[in-house]
Each structure stands twice: as structure tokens, then as C-alpha cells.
Design a protein around this ligand. Structure first.
Ligand SMILES: NC(=O)c1ccc[n+]([C@@H]2O[C@H](COP(=O)([O-])OP(=O)(O)OC[C@H]3O[C@@H](n4cnc5c(N)ncnc54)[C@H](O)[C@@H]3O)[C@@H](O)[C@H]2O)c1
Length: 346
């Protein structure tokens, strides 16, 4: 198969390239290293592009900005991929407020460009879109919570297994990033329902792994480990450092994308994260990281939380398990953090 991957030098995109190339498929990567523009040199993903070019003979890179409609249309017309995996994005909740046009143009308009190009030139090809749990805005913060020594948790049996896909995305605070991702998410669903295309949105929890170019504004675990191993101070923003995230290794995200491409459905939505079993608070992440690096985490506590930041979020994986029973999380939270520590220490 010919697989077109946008954001191919980023965390998820590059893992997807590796995953499908190892199965013998031809990979067409699309990435203009916009992450370096968004976040400066620390966000530069060109190192990962070089790794892909060295490792994968069947990899073809296209330095295309997904905002440029005519380029996106002609690229997809030329390649006619058998599957499209769309991971390119302005990915930061906080960054979006200072670059609202860029954020919306990349996240919403870029997604529309890709969807329409797919409809025109390869309608039957599955289209997988990386959405985000930020489409639920700060709605999850309205759930009753209980406080433990090192974390918050839901105090409502309805959410015992986490947040499911039926959770409202409406009438809450999203951040501009969350809003541009909602626009893309709804459009991806619409191309499924209205045009009958095989599209899905993966509403990610914290996606992580050694291939992330983590920065303070994006890439929670990657950046936390980087601070630990380099002896830098990590800033904790509010909620006593007990805010909870569920973490999933990029390999497991790629594995799920493979399940969907093999057995696609129409206009679907899935919450994809590590689930409750792979959730941790920031304080707990420090402890796990310290156990592998042997270095005490330096951190500074800021009273104010990030605007609209989740206090506790973990994905309910029931729908995925029911529709794709072959999908299994292969990397535990501890394994994942260990791998990131090793990557930063080498
Ligand atoms: N990492 C997370 O914790 C997380 C959580 C939930 C959802 N997501 C979503 O998953 C997707 C992938 O996230 P990631 O962590 O791999 O991000 P990333 O920043 O590591 O990768 C995105 C890549 O897209 C490229 N890109 C950005 N704008 C582009 C443009 N206009 N044209 C071409 N390429 C462009 C960047 O250069 C970068 O290499 C995003 O849609 C993000 O919103 C990520």
C-alpha cells in the first residue's frame, strides 16, 4: 500500500512511518518542520526526518505545508495513497492564543484541505485524523473529584473507567487550540457521514515516546524527562501537581491506526490514551522518572493552573476494545518512561 503521513517528522507521524514501512508499505511523508517555527530550535524535528531517511528505503519526503491547498491537492492527486494518516498540527493548547490564525489555518483548514483532496482523488482510502481530548474542553473538570496524596481522581462511578466518546464537547472552555481541533474533528466526522468515507478521529490523551521533540508547551513526559536528565527546573502549573494524564506510547498509537486501516469504519470517533492503568499525576511522573534516571527532579510550583487545563483526565478505552479486540497496549507507563529516560541519557 501507499501510505501518506502528514506530520511525518513529529512524534506520532514518524512512528506511523516506521510502523507501516516495517510492514513493507511505501511511505510518503509530508512535513515542513513547522514545529521549529512554533517552538524554536528545541522543537526542531529535522533530526527525526534524517532518521527516517536513513532507516527506510521506501520513504519519500515532501516538504509541503498543509495550509497550501493547491499543493495538497496536487500531491494527493499524484500519489493517490491507499491510506492517509493525518498527524500534522499546531499541537499546543497554550501556544494557540498567541498565533490564532496559524493555529486555525493548520489545524482546521489544513485538515479540510486533506479531506477534500482525499475525496476528490482517493475516496475509498481510509483517513485517520489525530484529534485530541481537548475537544472536551474543560468539561471533565466539572466532574466531582476526590483528592489523594499524589493525585486527583473522579468521585463519580459514571467515570470509573474514564471519559468516553459520548462526553459533551459543547458549552465549555476549550482554548483556541481545542476549538480549532473541534472544527477539524467535526469535519472529519462529516466527511465520513455525509460522503460515506472511511474516516476516524482519534481523541488522544497524552501521546508520548522517545521520538518526541518535547518542549515546555507541548510533550508532557518527554519534556519532564528532559528536565530531569539535564538537571533543569520543571514548572508545575497549579492543581498541587496532582493533575492526572493518561499516557500512551506512540508505537501503540501506530498499532491502533493499523487496526483501523485494516478494518475501517465511517465517521468514527475514539478516545485513545493509556487508560486508567497508564495514568499518572505530575508528582507520580517525577517519582517514576527518578527511579530510572537516579536523579532528583528539580521543580518549581506556580499557583496558577494553565487556562482550561484538565485536573484529571483518562480515556475510557471500552469502545476501542469492543470494536477492535485485537488492539492491545504493549507499552506500560513505566516501560515508556524508562525508554524516554534511556533516549535522553544516551
Ligand atoms: N502529543 C500529545 O500529547 C498529543 C495529545 C493529543 C493529541 N495529539 C495530536 O496528535 C497529533 C500529533 O501530535 P505530535 O505530538 O506527534 O505532534 P508533533 O508536533 O511532534 O508533530 C507534528 C508534526 O507536524 C508538522 N507540521 C506542523 N504544521 C505543519 C504544516 N502546516 N504542514 C506540514 N507539517 C506540519 C510539524 O513540523 C511536526 O513535525 C496532533 O494532531 C496533535 O494535536 C497529540
Amino acid at each position: 500500500m501507499k501510505i501518506l503521513v502528514t506530520g511525518s517528522s513529529g512524534l506520532i507521524g514518524s512512528e506511523v512511518c516506521m510502523y507501516f514501512a516495517n510492514q513493507g508499505h511505501s511511505i510518503f511523508g509530508v512535513d515542513n518542520n513547522q514545529r521549529a517555527v512554533f517552538f524554536g530550535p528545541q522543537g526542531d524535528t529535522s533530526w527525526r526526518l534524517k532518521e527516517l531517511q536513513n532507516a527506510l528505503p521506501a520513504f519519500e519526503h515532501h516538504n509541503v505545508d498543509i495550509r497550501y491547498r493547491s499543493k495538497v491537492l496536487s500531491l494527493i492527486q499524484k500519489i493517490k495513497p491507499n491510506a492517509i494518516v493525518h498527524t500534522a498540527a499546531q499541537p499546543s493548547h497554550d501556544k494557540a492564543a498567541s498565533i490564532p490564525f496559524d493555529d486555525f489555518d493548520v489545524n482546521a483548514v489544513g485538515t479540510l484541505n486533506l479531506l477534500e483532496a482525499t475525496r476528490q482523488f482517493c475516496t475509498d482510502s481510509p483517513f485517520v485524523h489525530m484529534s485530541t481530548n481537548k475537544v472536551y474542553g474543560d468539561g471533565p473538570n466539572k466532574i466531582k473529584l476526590k483528592e489523594f496524596d499524589t493525585r486527583w481522581d473522579y468521585d463519580d462511578p459514571k467515570y470509573e473507567n474514564g471519559i468516553s466518546e459520548t462526553f459533551s464537547i459543547d458549552q465549555c472552555k476549550h482554548s483556541l487550540f481545542g476549538a480549532s481541533k473541534v472544527a477539524a474533528d467535526i469535519m472529519v466526522q462529516e466527511y465520513g457521514r455525509y460522503f460515506g468515507m472511511a474516516t476516524c478521529c482519534l481523541r488522544g490523551g497524552c501521546l508520548t515516546g522517545p521520538a518526541h521533540s518535547g518542549v515546555e508547551l507541548h510533550g508532557f513526559l518527554s519534556y519532564l524527562v528532559k528536565c530531569n536528565t539535564e538537571g533543569k527546573t520543571y514548572k508545575v502549573f497549579g492543581y498541587k501537581g496532582k493533575q492526572v494524564r493518561d499516557n500512551i506510547h506512540s508505537e501503540d498509537v501506530a498499532q491502533f491506526i493499523d487496526c483501523f486501516v485494516k478494518s475501517p469504519r465511517m465517521g468514527e470517533v475514539y478516545n485513545l490514551g493509556g487508560g486508567k492503568a497508564n495514568s499518572c499525576s505530575i508528582l507520580e511522573a517525577f517519582e517514576i522518572c527518578e527511579s530510572f534516571s537516579g536523579r532528583k527532579q528539580k521543580y518549581e510550583y506556580m499557583d496558577d493552573n494553565r487556562i482550561g487545563d484538565h485536573i484529571c483526565y483518562y480515556s475510557d478505552l471500552s469502545k476501542i476494545k469492543e470494536q477492535y479486540p485485537e488492539f492491545k497496549l504493549r507499552n506500560s507507563l513505566n516501560d515508556t518512561i524508562k525508554q524516554i529516560v534511556c533516549a535522553h541519557s544516551s
